[in-house]
Design a protein around this ligand. Structure first.
Ligand code: PGA
Length: 256
């Protein structure tokens, strides 16, 4: 049997609907320059669709990977306003964030719909970053594991063990996103461990050991190192703090 490779942490910046063209280029340049000296962690940035191409150019042949924030499950056709997986590949994306809680809760995306996107992304050669996370009410009702388990199950239904191993999961408690309230390292680790166990039960332990599970929700330079030192936390999905190079790189530096 092949040895299981170490999980390389992935720090990804989710720029959401922020910045303009100039600011996107400046930020990408700053991250690309700093990334040259960083080897122990993979870095990705996820700009708005309209800036993907200029950010790709700004990155040049940097090791920083490009990701998108969403995509259509459809390959092409009459879907006004939508962007396909093939288009994202064409502009140089490696990753695509799917099932972010803002899309689940503001736009009503379901696990079944997210699942169609996960399959389309993989078919096009993109690596999906699949987001799961509970509401505060779920946590208070003791339902965290059940909620994230159902999201994992639904969003990743029908994947082979090989496909599942390539998926990046992002555990993002909804109550911690953009609120300044961060899950404690122990709270986060508990859920990450539970997710890995669910993947192991559903597939096998080798697959579970390969899946990278990021934490997301108010990650900052001041709390990153402690979160990232947990054994089952394999990186971070960063919103607000990814918009300033200094903050984002401070989080990257939290990977030991
Ligand atoms: P935040 O967002 O870091 O601003 O809390 C995280 C996310 O939504 O991915």
């Amino acid at each position: 049997m092949e040895p299981i490779p170490m999980r390389k942490p992935l720090i990804a910046g989710n720029w959401k609907m922020n910045l303009d063209r100039h600011a996107a280029i400046v930020l990408a340049n700053a991250i690309a320059e700093a990334a040259e000296k960083i080897g122990n962690v993979e870095i990705a940035i996820c700009p708005p669709f309209v800036y993907l191409d200029v950010v790709r150019q700004a990155l040049g042949n940097s090791v920083v990977a490009l990701g998108a924030q969403n995509m259509s499950p459809e390959p092409s056709g009459a879907f006004t306003g939508e962007i396909s997986a093939g288009m994202l590949k064409d502009v140089g994306c490696k990753y695509v964030i799917l099932g972010h809680s803002e899309r689940r809760h503001l736009l009503g995306e379901t696990d079944a719909f997210i699942n169609t996107k996960v399959h389309a992304a993989i078919a096009a050669g993109l690596l999906p970053v699949v987001c799961v996370g509970e509401l505060l009410a779920d946590r208070e009702a003791g339902k965290t594991a059940a909620v994230v388990g159902a999201q994992l199950e639904g969003s990743c239904a029908g994947l082979s063990p090989e496909q599942m191993a390539e998926v990046v999961m992002a555990y993002e408690p909804v109550w911690a996103i953009g609120t300044g309230k961060v899950a404690s390292p122990e709270q986060a680790e508990e859920v990450h461990l539970a997710l890995r166990k669910m993947i192991s039960d559903r597939y096998n332990s080798q697959t579970a050991e390969r899946v990278r599970i990021q934490y997301g929700g108010s990650v900052k330079p001041s709390n990153a190192a402690e979160l990232l030192s947990q054994p089952n936390i394999d990186g971070a999905l960063v919103g607000g703090a990814s918009l300033r190079a200094e903050d984002f790189l401070g989080i990257v530096a939290g990977v030991k």
